[in-house]
Design a protein around this ligand. Structure first.
Ligand SMILES: [Zn+2]
Ligand SMILES: [Zn+2]
Length: 741
């Protein structure tokens, strides 16, 4: 017998339910290896035997050809004596299934399935629900674990004989593909008219015909309903949906169609075509505001289900926006959608596979070649965010407006999908349902909770109730501290850092509203070292929608408000319902209004985005930055800034120039506050977090300016910089507190 060798391998990571064993089987056949594979709680265990040179090729080939969904963390190999074993065997799993290896995000249709769908000779020709081991619905159809068909929405569709044959054949690319189906055994489509009455005919052709006529069609998708229409009818959609201001995303037939609308770089192309299929924010060819987007940017995505590909035939692009009444969660049930979209949708393209878990489209932009998440949801969730410390059994309950939670398992943070604004009752219900779904899905017993410091946040109230119910400790975490910790975890940083956190509003430890914070500290504690002088917000929350009030307040504080009988002036002078806020978001709102930005603010952060696009290019001067240190906090003199801004306007300088000069001043502010913090603490690592860093004028300039001063500056890349990322920071605070005992 020729010389043989045998190795024992342990593979750690996500390798179950992702087509790993078929890949191994294919490679062992190719390399003429014998042996076995079995699943273990950590991943998989293998023994392989054959010609030494063939055995040696296995691991490199495995790493090259691993299935798209596999996440191999570690492969350890040891040589063992050959046994002369023949054949390759798949052995039963060892020990209990580790549920966290079982839940994958939803995966956009793969090229193989797309080819079959378009092949008239294939038995799945034009099948709207085909999928395989490498693609298809996952998170949105899984009811419970272990992951198999009975515990998914596909349990209602027993496999036909042909599908069953493929499912059990290890050489088939549908081996153990739980949701696999064909035209004989899979879900089916129906088309209903606007009144909810079924219409005879091919549902896809009917939907296409109505779209071509300018109708708005509700389309049941993967994680919820979309409202679809031709781009030229977008204003009708806006009117019916009462969705002012917020940009609308388009689904493009393919990359070429996307390129006719926007510039697309190599990394943007990668994001668009990745199996996650997020909406990618791209630069429009024509930067002018249009009905889809008031900025020079537009969100585009490519089709991600076979149904989308069939629907898009004959269209270059369709508006695809989530179908939800304002602030409510997106519809997932057929009946609720048909009832709830009366008067909005002219027709309904439905199917009979249930959406178990609601999951909106994700939204990313590409920043310096990397994804910069703005909404981390479908295609990303529930893939864990690995963090540097154990977080097992901890739960961060998040903020309120962009709610979301983070559940700890081992060193993984399991972040929820996009939830929405909890002040809406249905959204709050969705939040609580998902909290419990995640706990059971991932088998995590909660031992400790963290929430925002704000007692009125509904997420805080849920956390308090759960802490009582489960008799576990609850740690309130200051809003901006949580932001800072989120960005540290995102970058796998431990130990003390400077955190520059700029956002709308969050409750500070002194009971006032914060939002322009330069903090220093670690996961246990922090010191506030920088901020801005507070701005009075006449009417409190009313200011979030009416930036004119903040402009008035800025003028008043600078002594430039001349009409003493004005209602707002009287209110400011009396200090009636004028909470002070040291908030960068509110400062941006006020400056935007001072510069003549007239449109009302439709959503948090809109002014920051509008100022970004208002700014003239190539401006290097900055408005003067005056600072004063009071009680150890180095603060921007906002009145001095207002005076300089209004003087500029009086001298006839353009708002575009002044917008740039204002933001340049904020860059200088960032650097000087970090220098102040470094002088106090000796730290030179800075993390940037908070919704204001969605502003792409500020972010690169602050990063570069800090680097030029010898700082190591970090930004988000795995979780969102806005309040969606807060839950992760809370989780890290809870982990540090637990370790401290
Ligand atoms: Zn596929
Ligand atoms: Zn079938």
């Amino acid at each position: 017998m020729a010389e043989r060798s045998r190795i024992h391998l342990e593979v750690e990571g996500l390798v179950q339910g992702v087509g790993f064993r078929p890949t191994v089987h294919r490679l062992t056949t190719q390399l003429a290896l014998s042996g076995f594979i079995r699943n273990t709680p950590q991943g998989a265990e293998l023994e392989l035997e054959g010609q030494p040179d063939q055995v040696a090729q296995f691991v490199p080939l495995l790493q090259q050809q691993a299935p798209v969904l596999a996440r191999i963390r570690r492969v350890s190999t040891v040589s063992i004596p050959p046994t002369g074993e023949t054949g390759f065997h798949i052995l039963p799993s060892v020990g209990q299934h580790a549920p966290d290896t079982q839940v994958s995000p939803d995966v956009g249709i793969c090229p193989d399935c797309l080819r079959e769908m378009r092949d008239p000779k294939d038995r799945r020709y034009r099948h709207p629900f085909l999928n395989c081991t490498n693609c298809g619905p996952r998170f949105t159809i899984i009811q419970s674990v272990p992951y198999d068909r009975e515990r998914t929405a596909m349990g209602a569709f027993p496999m036909c004989e042909d599908c069953q044959g493929e499912y059990t054949d290890i050489t088939d690319r549908r081996y153990h593909a739980q949701p696999t189906c064909c035209l004989n055994c899979g879900p089916t489509l129906t088309y209903l008219d606007g009144t909810g009455t079924a219409v005879e005919g091919d549902p896809i052709r009917l939907a296409q015909a109505h779209l071509r006529e300018g109708d708005i069609v509700a389309v049941k998708g993967l994680g919820g309903f979309h409202l679809a229409c031709l781009p030229e009818y977008a204003s009708l959609l806006r009117t019916r949906k009462e969705r002012e201001g917020k940009p609308l995303a388009l689904m493009c037939a393919d990359l070429d169609a996307a390129r006719t609308l926007c510039y697309i770089s190599r990394s943007e192309e990668e994001a668009l075509t990745s199996w996650r299929r997020p909406i990618v924010l791209l630069k429009k060819h024509d930067p002018a505001p249009d009905v889809l987007s008031h900025t020079p940017e537009l969100g585009l995505m490519l089709p991600y289900t076979p149904l989308h590909y069939l629907l898009m035939e004959g269209f270059s692009a369709l508006v695809m926006t989530s179908a939800n009444p304002s602030d409510c969660p997106v519809f997932i049930g057929n009946r609720e959608a048909v009832e709830g979209l009366q008067g909005i949708a002219d027709g309904f393209l439905l199917h009979n596979r249930d959406i178990v878990t609601r999951c909106d489209d994700s939204l990313v932009r590409i920043f310096r070649g990397e994804e910069y998440p703005l909404r981390r949801s479908r295609g990303y969730v529930p893939q864990p965010v690995e963090v540097p410390v154990p977080v097992q059994g901890l739960l961060g309950c998040g903020a309120e407006q962009k709610a979301g939670f983070a559940l700890g398992k081992g060193k993984d943070a399991l972040l929820s999908q996009h939830i929405g604004d909890l002040k809406n009752m249905e959204t709050l219900e969705h939040y609580e349902t998902q909290l419990h779904h995640f706990r059971t899905l991932f088998g995590v017993e909660v031992e400790g909770l963290a929430c925002d410091l704000h007692p009125d946040y509904l997420s805080t109230q849920v956390a308090q109730q759960l802490a009582r119910e489960w008799s576990v400790p609850l740690l309130p975490v200051q809003h901006h501290h949580a932001h800072m910790l989120s960005c540290m975890a995102d970058n796998r940083l431990e130990g003390p850092c400077i955190g520059l956190v700029w956002d709308g509003t969050g409750l500070g430890t002194d009971g006032t509203i914060w939002g322009a914070e330069c903090l220093a500290g670690d996961a246990l504690s922090f010191t506030r070292l920088g901020s801005i002088f507070p701005i009075s917000l006449p009417g409190g929350d009313a200011c979030a929608r009416d930036a004119g009030r903040i402009a008035h307040s800025l003028r008043y504080a600078a002594g430039l408000e001349t009409n003493p009988q004005d209602m707002l002036t009287l209110q400011l002078r009396a200090g009636l319902n004028c909470p002070p806020a040291s908030s960068m978001g509110r400062l941006f709102d006020g400056v935007y209004a001072l510069l003549g930005g007239s449109s009302p603010v439709h959503y948090e952060g809109e002014s920051a985005i509008r100022l970004e696009h208002m700014a003239q290019a190539g401006v290097t001067q900055a408005l003067p930055v005056e600072m004063e240190t009071v009680d150890g906090v180095c603060r921007l003199q906002t009145p001095a800034l207002t005076v300089a801004l209004l003087e500029g306007l009086q001298q006839g300088q353009s708002p575009h120039l002044l917008a740039a000069q204002f933001m340049n001043a904020m860059v200088e502010l960032a650097v000087r506050q970090c220098q102040f913090a470094r002088a106090q603490t000796g730290l030179d690592r800075v993390v940037l977090s908070g919704g204001v860093f969605q502003n792409m004028y500020l972010l690169p300039r602050i990063l570069d300016a800090l680097a030029a001063q010898g700082f190591e500056a970090y930004h988000h890349s795995r979780v969102s910089t806005n309040d969606e990322g807060i839950a992760l920071g809370q989780l890290m605070a809870a982990a540090a507190r637990r370790k401290e005992g």
